[in-house]
Write a protein that binds this ligand. Structure first.
Ligand code: ASP
Length: 310
């Protein structure tokens, strides 16, 4: 039996100390804590890393503070288009969904794609047909709407820019969500869920639902969930790159994360970060942006919660 471990993120970006009221900061901390608790509950009772990842992400998707599920950012057309992916490190099975409108918990649909279809990735209307077939919960447009995300869209439209939700120069900086877990049986899993980038157009899809870019898990190496400017994470194939450095070059988790997040991504101009756990239960939470909402917990240890570059 292994000691379990879990890590989560709520997005990386321009999150500066002093730019947030103490009340807001406590609300984020509480939300991160609740999501870790939801995942840990599964792990403690001997449940799978896959289910722990799903439960932690569902808690974050249901919280309007984060850019996933309820509270997701708006597209240029004023819609909430959601992306998510999940991977089981024990068998390299994976599921992903992209460009979804109206799905309450995209991470659970991604898991259903993995377990109940013969495919890895479903997108748009086809994915919605699959969701109806398996009776996945839908919500009306109003469920996803939040004033502050709508204000962010209006702000981004002034300059016709596509923005990482946290980088907008307002008080409202929240993010994409993800979780990685190692269960008592030594299995790793990872998942990520997002509304993408504010003011996105043309069916733009980032790294989040792309296995190997935004999410990856392999029991022999590590589990990874990313957040940041998706185009760069796609080009750097970030999550798989870290796994490869461990598998083929014998890097430690820390060395691999540092190489990819602090060197490779920085050289490309890619802002963001990730959460990672390896097969030994080591946890890394690197980011090259000003902050990243993050939390982690190992069996029999204190929970860590961080927001800024401390
Ligand atoms: N990586 C996400 C995307 O590009 C955004 C984020 O992490 O906030 O869609």
């Amino acid at each position: 039996m292994k000691n379990y471990a879990i890590a989560i993120h709520g997005g990386a970006g321009t999150i500066q100390k002093g730019s947030m009221s103490p009340e807001k900061e406590s609300a984020y901390r509480l939300a991160l804590q609740n999501a870790i608790d939801a995942g840990e509950l599964v792990l403690k009772s001997g449940g799978s890393a896959l289910n722990a990842v799903e439960m932690a992400i569902v808690a974050l998707e249901n919280n309007p503070l984060f850019n996933a599920g309820k509270g997701a950012v708006f597209t240029n057309q004023g819609k909430n288009e959601l992306d998510a992916s999940i991977m089981d490190g024990s068998n390299l099975m994976a599921g992903a969904v992209a460009g979804l409108i109206g799905i309450k918990n995209p991470i659970s649909l991604a898991k259903a794609v993995m377990l109940q279809s013969e495919h890895v990735m479903l997108a748009g209307n086809g994915a919605l047909d699959f969701a109806k077939q398996i009776n996945a919960p839908f919500e009306p447009e109003s469920y996803f709407y939040t004033d502050f995300r709508y204000d962010q869209l209006k702000e981004a439209q002034k300059t016709d820019s596509v923005q990482l939700d946290h980088n907008i120069k307002t008080e409202k900086k929240f993010g994409t969500v993800g979780a990685v877990a190692l269960d008592k049986n030594g299995n790793l899993a990872a998942g990520t869920s997002t509304g993408g980038m504010t003011n996105k157009k043309f069916g733009r899809i980032g790294d989040t639902p792309v296995i190997g870019a935004g999410t990856y898990a392999n029991n022999t190496t590590c589990g990874i969930s990313c957040t940041g400017h998706g185009e760069f994470f796609l080009r750097a194939v970030v999550a798989y790159d870290i796994s490869c450095l461990i598998e083929y070059k014998n890097f430690t988790l820390k060395e691999a994360c540092t190489k990819v997040v602090m060197d490779k991504l920085v050289k490309l101009g890619g802002e963001g970060g990730l959460i990672a756990i390896d097969q030994h239960g080591n946890i890394e939470l690197p980011f090259n942006s000003e902050g990243m909402y993050r939390a982690s917990k190992k069996e029999n240890a204190e929970m860590f919660i961080g927001i800024y570059r401390d």
